[in-house]
Design a protein around this ligand. Structure first.
Ligand SMILES: Cc1cc2nc3c(=O)[nH]c(=O)nc-3n(C[C@H](O)[C@H](O)[C@H](O)COP(=O)(O)OP(=O)(O)OC[C@H]3O[C@@H](n4cnc5c(N)ncnc54)[C@H](O)[C@@H]3O)c2cc1C
Length: 499
């Protein structure tokens, strides 16, 4: 039916439904708008898979994606009384944000101040600015500044106005762990305690969530202005067209899209993706609308497949070794280990730990990982010989590693790798977990204005479309910066709706 519709009838139907056309698309294989019209079209020609636009819903603000960026983008419009709809292709909200480790770098939040931790986001930004300038990767310092300072506003608002629960800083502030890191209620791996209240709070303030709706195309009017989005209803196998005054694209990154990774970040093409959701669909939709990619070849750091174990080093002592039992890295970081493992080509690595981590501030998460990843766990082992045998690493090499590490602990300086946090010896019983490097995020994304409006390659804004989170190039692709980038889009949309 839809494939046999001739062009005149198609346009008639489009006009009847508000003079709109389905523009470009990630999935439907339509031609991008703004493309050349070299040939002539014949009566009866149509693109397979497209059908006339028929709006069944209308909203002020339509947000594609319900991760931390999408939900944060909803905050200001909902609070300003606008009708806000959040749509997600999955049958659950939260995207990758809900399953993230939960480390959020924030300074000067009320929680930190209440715990006696000084810090002013503007001052921290001034200190960070030269680092960014030296790197030379940031195109819009004003946008980056806003992303940086809004992280604090986001944390404060989510805690005070939505009931998001963070781990009390008292749990780790005197242990040597960084107090610039906020964590969810039970610590690492508990993001739902921050994001579920946000989700429910938005709903209570009037936002609606539509699940199983995969955005496939922008819908444009006869002038080419975006006026809505076409979705594929994944449950009922039909199209759903939603009319919207403003559209915010928050569909995450593209780390799971093998073709995009192979094209833009070929050095990571042979690593597995940690999840399956980040397919770059929003990127492709925006591109089809005339948007422009930026920094697509910027390599993101890597992650362990036991993601949460990767961040333990910020909160307690551990020693990390190669399959040959040799220490290869300072442990007070998260992504350098998978990066070094991948670059060094040693396949996997081990995190060795003891009761200090098991009973420390992240006890909830350590226990969870030991239970859920029993097939990756060795221990308890009473001696290093037993541990080496259980790990199948040469005992002499492992003992030499510990001798050298303990000597550096005694000297108070890690001369080998420069570890600063938790430079502490381990004691029996020993445990170890094996992990493998994976890709988990991307940096490349859409070119936008300072207020996050999608632009073409020359920087000309494309009306009504805004982008945030890992869909844009300059968000940082981490939890709190993505949340802040969502706030930027939300604020911009509220301003635009005033006009
Ligand atoms: C295991 C893991 C641990 C991590 N740990 C940390 C951490 O501790 N700290 C940190 O700062 N960062 C961490 N990150 C990175 C961080 O989680 C991401 O940068 C962030 O969650 C991305 O937020 P987002 O809102 O842009 O995307 P997402 O949270 O991925 O949300 C995007 C949403 O869009 C939906 N979507 C996609 N395409 C469509 C479509 N066509 N139509 C409709 N919906 C669509 C998806 O289903 C998803 O729900 C981690 C990532 C992973 C995978």
């Amino acid at each position: 039916m839809e494939t046999s519709m001739n062009r005149r009838n198609f346009l008639k139907a489009a006009v009847a439904s508000g003079a709109v056309l389905v523009a470009g698309g990630a999935l439907a294989g339509c031609a991008p708008t703004g493309g050349g019209s070299a040939g002539s079209s014949s009566e009866g020609d149509s693109v397979v898979g497209t059908s006339p636009v028929s709006f069944t819903e209308e909203t002020d603000v339509l947000i594609l994606g319900t991760g931390i960026a999408g939900m944060s983008a909803a905050m200001d419009p909902v609070e300003a009384g606008h009708k806000v709809m959040l749509a997600d292709k999955l049958d659950r909200v939260g995207g990758e944000s809900f399953i993230a480790c939960g480390v959020m770098n924030v300074s000067g939040s009320k929680m930190q101040k209440d715990a006696g931790i000084p810090g002013d986001p503007e001052e921290k930004w001034q200190a960070y600015l030269p680092v960014l300038e030296k790197k030379g990767e940031t195109d819009d310092m004003d946008y980056k500044h806003n992303v940086y300072v809004y992280q604090t506003e986001w944390a404060d608002r989510v805690a005070a106005d939505y009931g998001g629960v963070f781990q009390p800083l008292e749990a780790y502030k005197d242990t040597g762990a960084p107090t610039s890191m906020l964590l969810p209620e039970h610590g690492i791996g508990d993001m739902t305690t921050v994001l579920t209240p946000l989700q429910k709070g938005l709903e209570a303030k009037g936002a609606t969530y539509k699940l199983n709706l995969r955005a496939t195309n922008f819908i444009v009017d006869k002038d080419g202005t975006p006026v809505g989005v076409r979705f594929h209803d994944e449950k009922n196998d039909r199209n759903v067209d939603v009319k919207a005054s403003k559209i915010i694209v928050a569909t995450g990154g593209f780390s799971c899209n093998q073709e995009m990774v192979s094209t833009f970040v070929p050095s990571q093409a042979r690593l597995g993706p940690l999840t399956v959701y980040s397919m770059g669909e929003g990127h492709q939709m925006c591109k089809a609308l005339g948007g422009s990619y930026m920094h697509m070849d910027m390599e993101a750091n890597l992650m362990s497949d036991l993601a949460q174990v990767t961040v333990w080093g910020y909160f307690g002592p551990n020693v990390q070794v190669t399959p040959q039992g040799k220490r290869f890295i300072k442990e007070d970081q998260s992504h350098d280990s998978p990066d070094a493992c991948h670059k060094g080509g040693f396949g996997y690595w081990w995190t060795i730990f003891d009761n200090q981590l098991i009973t420390g501030s992240q006890a909830w998460n350590v226990e969870l990982n030991m239970k859920n990843n029993a097939d990756r766990l060795v221990g308890p082992c009473d001696t290093l010989d037993d541990l080496a045998a259980a790990m199948d690493v040469p005992a002499d090499a492992l003992k030499a590693t510990f001798e050298s590490y303990d000597a550096q602990v005694a000297a108070g300086e890690d001369k080998e790798f420069g570890k600063k946090l938790f430079l502490q010896s381990l004691a029996a019983p020993y445990y170890a977990m094996k992990h493998f490097p994976y890709r988990y995020k991307t940096h490349g994304g859409m070119k936008i204005t300072t207020d996050s409006q999608l632009t073409d390659k020359d920087g000309t804004p494309i009306p009504n479309v805004y982008c945030c989170g890992s869909t844009v190039a300059d968000s940082g692709s981490d939890l709190s910066p993505n949340a802040a980038s969502g706030l930027i889009s939300g604020k911009a949309v509220v301003e635009a709706l005033k006009a």
